[in-house]
Write a protein that binds this ligand. Sequence first.
Ligand SMILES: Cc1ncc(COP(=O)(O)O)c(C=O)c1O
Length: 405
Amino acid sequence: MTSSAFDVAAVRRRFPAIDASPAAFLDGPGGTQVPQSVITSMEAALTDSMSNVGGAFDRSDASAAIVAGARSAVADLFDGEAVGVVFGQNMTSLTFAMSRALARRWVPGDEIVVTRLDHDANVSPWVLAAADRGVRVRVAEFDPTDGTLDLTSLHQVLGPRTRLVAVTAASNALGTIPPLTDVIAAAHGVGALVYVDAVHHSAHRAISLRTSGADFVTASAYTFFGPHTGMVIARPDHLAAFDPYKVVPAPDTGPARWETGTPSFESLAGVTAAVDYLASLGVGATRRQRIESAFRNIGEHEAGLAGRFLAGLAEQPRIRLFGLSDPNRLHERVATFAIEVEGMPPRRVAEHLGERGVYVWDGDYYAVGVMERLGKVPHGLVRIGFVHYNTADEVDRVLAALDEV
Ligand SMILES: Cc1ncc(COP(=O)(O)O)c(C=O)c1O
């Protein structure tokens, strides 16, 4: 499939929920719809085998194969290694686990850096771990006028005692894509590890653990067209170097050492199917190449939606957009928009749209720092999120419904 041949109608037919509903699902940042292939894989896993791993019989081997398949799929999605892929309930619980393990090495006087742009799941686990260890937390700011990460502020809070920088790959509120390469270079320059939250980014752009140089990338399959399972993709040497909180009989080596209890095998089957679905939107000899090609197509389609939305918004003076609005800077953002309608609480706007079959979010979506910095506590903002299965018609629908508010 070439980018000009991105066939959104064909894509939509692959999603039963979209095919069956007249609604415009613009709630992707809170969880995307899933294609039939994901549902089929999950159903097959439950139908074929409900055995745990480690047994001396073939159905147990089948469960082990599901886990191995998911590790290899996720390694392709994030350009890491299968032995560096850890699964867990969701990104938040994995990040709590990783933060506790990494913090075991911190000593009083050390520092860590979080950003005001991040979802709280990439803030609070680190802040609490820091408090346990007497470690100072420093905060890198974003520019409230356009939602971009303030690199000057980042440089100011980095220092020789910085142990970790926790940074988002894309803001789930403002849509901004921080310059990850610069952030990682700056963090590594002072000897800090970098923990990248790709939960929001993963539906929109390809990311590479290998070429970005990130130490850890984390994601959640329910935001990239899969089921509710979280993951961390780490450099394998880091997984070996740090010690997780684990039960004694759990494996002592490999990524399973980081996984608490029995995983959801059916979800892991769905994770592989979600990665294969994404790969099917591109071309190439390897799955990774197809994924990169798919994200070029997805990026182009989403940029079209974003440009159309921004142009429509410019004609509605009662609506204020927070975040990048420059159509020439779409490469610095994904198609996720936080807006405010003059004189109407966000919840009421979302209800008005919901009554018209246009599903959007309102509130802070756990992007606590963003809302604090923008002075939008406690009601937050309305969030309209486009992913690759959304259409130009849906952009027009939401604009028309906003115009009526
Ligand atoms: C950017 C971002 N990070 C982290 C999370 C938390 O992910 P999970 O629900 O898997 O814990 C979310 C969920 O909305 C998110 O959007």
